[in-house]
Design a protein around this ligand. Structure first.
Ligand code: NAD
Length: 246
């Protein structure tokens, strides 16, 4: 799987899964725009990409802000000379049981996880359709497939992302642009560090492969969907969850 000559945008790539994806794509030859709301962390990832001999841009973007995502796409297209791959990875949780969930916790999760993917995808499609080649990978979640008590907002955003993936896949297939989703299970990152040891051990009992996932497990799936190896795959959800949902 070679990505030389490709330019990728990875959102939320300042840390965690997004960072692992950015470094994975770079290690297979892609130049990478590292997009995050946290510029300092984006710059750290971008430095690691450059250390691999690839071109990198660190951009401070709030993915839920349409204007910022349009400016992002224009800058990447101009400075890195193309946009071939978009990974919609930026995401947040604001957990709580529905009866106690605040309106702002619903809205912020929807805005970043779902509207963010809408904004970034719309912004880059303008350029991908011109090039007649594109790979879009949306990072959903096992929770969007199975549901999870205490995560109604997050699960709805990730299930929404799956519907979004399939619809856009149908719209842009004729332009040789594929749109797929990856649904990770429980992956060891800052997002899951907050889980109590009890919750983690309960989770382990539900994972046939007997361990939480690593960011690299997800990055390998994204690499496949971003490369020519997956040319005939679109509108699909790749579950990377140790067998938790099958
Ligand atoms: P993380 O919290 O470690 O990293 C998320 C990154 O997104 C951070 O760098 C953060 O600054 C950035 N971000 C947040 N809001 C943003 C915004 N408005 N605009 C731009 N960037 C923003 O999370 P992670 O565990 O690496 O998760 C990455 C993705 O994978 C998320 O979409 C998450 O829902 C999904 N996911 C994670 C797990 C898991 O177990 N960790 C499981 C399934 C899905």
């Amino acid at each position: 799987m070679q990505l030389s000559g490709r330019v990728a945008i990875v959102t939320g790539a300042g840390q965690g899964i997004g960072k692992a994806i950015a470094l994975k794509l770079a290690s297979y030859g892609a130049d990478v725009a590292v997009v995050d709301i946290n510029l300092e962390k984006a710059e750290e990832t971008a430095k690691e990409v450059k250390d691999m001999g690839r071109k990198a841009l660190a951009l401070k973007v709030d993915v839920s802000n349409v204007k910022e995502t349009e400016e992002m796409a224009e800058k990447v297209f101009t400075d890195l000379e193309g946009i071939h791959i978009l990974v919609n990875n930026a995401g947040i949780t604001r957990d709580g049981l529905l009866l106690r969930m605040k309106e702002e916790d619903w809205d912020s999760v929807m805005n970043i996880n779902l509207k963010g993917a809408f904004a970034c995808t719309k912004a880059v499609l303008k350029y991908m359709t011109k090039m007649k080649w594109g790979r879009i990978v949306n990072i959903a979640s096992v929770v969007g497939v199975m549901g999870n008590a205490g995560q109604a907002n997050y699960a709805a955003s990730k299930a929404g992302l799956i519907g979004f993936t399939k619809s856009v896949a149908r719209e842009v297939a004729s332009r040789n642009i594929t749109v797929n989703a990856v649904a990770p299970g429980f992956i060891e990152t800052a997002m899951t560090d907050v889980l109590s040891p009890q919750v983690k051990s309960d989770l382990l009992n539900k994972i046939p492969l007997g361990r939480l996932g690593g960011a690299n497990d997800v990055a390998m799936g994204v690499l496949f969907l971003a490369s020519n190896a997956s040319n005939y795959i679109t509108g699909q959800v790749l579950n990377i969850n140790g067998g938790m949902a099958m």
